[in-house]
Design a protein around this ligand. Structure first.
Ligand code: GLN
Length: 206
């Protein structure tokens, strides 16, 4: 291997895909770092123009009340819906999953309604506010034994017929997919397991 091919591998090539990370609040840097490890360029999204040329968009975890208000304040609600309609891939993690759901229960917040499931906020109660658990063996092929970090996590309720449950923890859906749109109730940016980010990238690379 020549020195230059090592460099090309280590750093995103100028024509590599670009994935946006919604920059309102939450684990923005960690998602950008995960993308960099997969040699994909990342970009903070804080305005409609930031969506131009993106292949995918990540909505990080954080506080869904704040994120929901921010989406309105930065005039991003309609542009994100149009981005998804045009085939842009989406990944919502934790509070981001709440944003993508069709409705949030338990201290409801306005959501984007881009994946057909509901969420129950802070569904695991105070005792299990935060916990780490592996995905079930019975998850879809390739999704078993993934360590998941849950932080005041929501629960995924009543996924529609177009929604595939990729992974479960204790029988509960924790990662779902509807076409190029993914949502998970845990924080994939906090572990070394990059399967979720990889799946997002593969969804638009094929
Ligand atoms: N509990 C938060 C909410 O409902 C989500 C927590 C998280 O994203 N880690 O907005």
């Amino acid at each position: 291997m020549t020195e230059s091919s090592v460099l090309l591998h280590d750093f995103p090539a100028p024509d590599s895909p670009i994935v946006g990370v919604l920059g309102i609040q939450g684990d923005i840097e960690k998602h950008l770092a995960a993308l960099e490890r997969l040699s994909v360029r990342g970009r903070r999204v804080l305005a409609p123009k930031d969506l131009e040329g993106l292949h995918g968009l990540i909505l990080p975890g954080g506080e869904s009340t704040t994120v929901s208000k921010g989406l309105v304040r930065f005039d991003l609600v309609k542009p994100i819906a149009e981005f998804a309609e045009a085939g842009g891939a989406l990944l919502g993690t934790c509070a981001g999953a709440i944003m993508l759901s069709r409705a949030a229960r338990n201290h409801p917040v306005p959501t984007l309604g881009l994946i057909d499931f509901e969420t129950e906020r802070n569904a695991y109660g105070t005792q299990r506010d935060s916990f780490v658990a592996p995905t079930d063996r019975e998850s879809k092929p390739g999704w078993a034994d993934m360590e998941c970090i849950f932080i005041r996590a929501p629960r995924i309720l009543s996924p529609g017929t177009d929604v595939e449950v990729l992974a479960r923890v204790d029988g509960e859906p924790v990662l779902v997919r509807q076409d190029r749109r993914f949502a998970c109730t845990f924080h994939p940016e906090l572990t070394d397991d990059l399967r979720v980010h990889q799946a997002l990238i593969e969804s638009f690379s094929r």
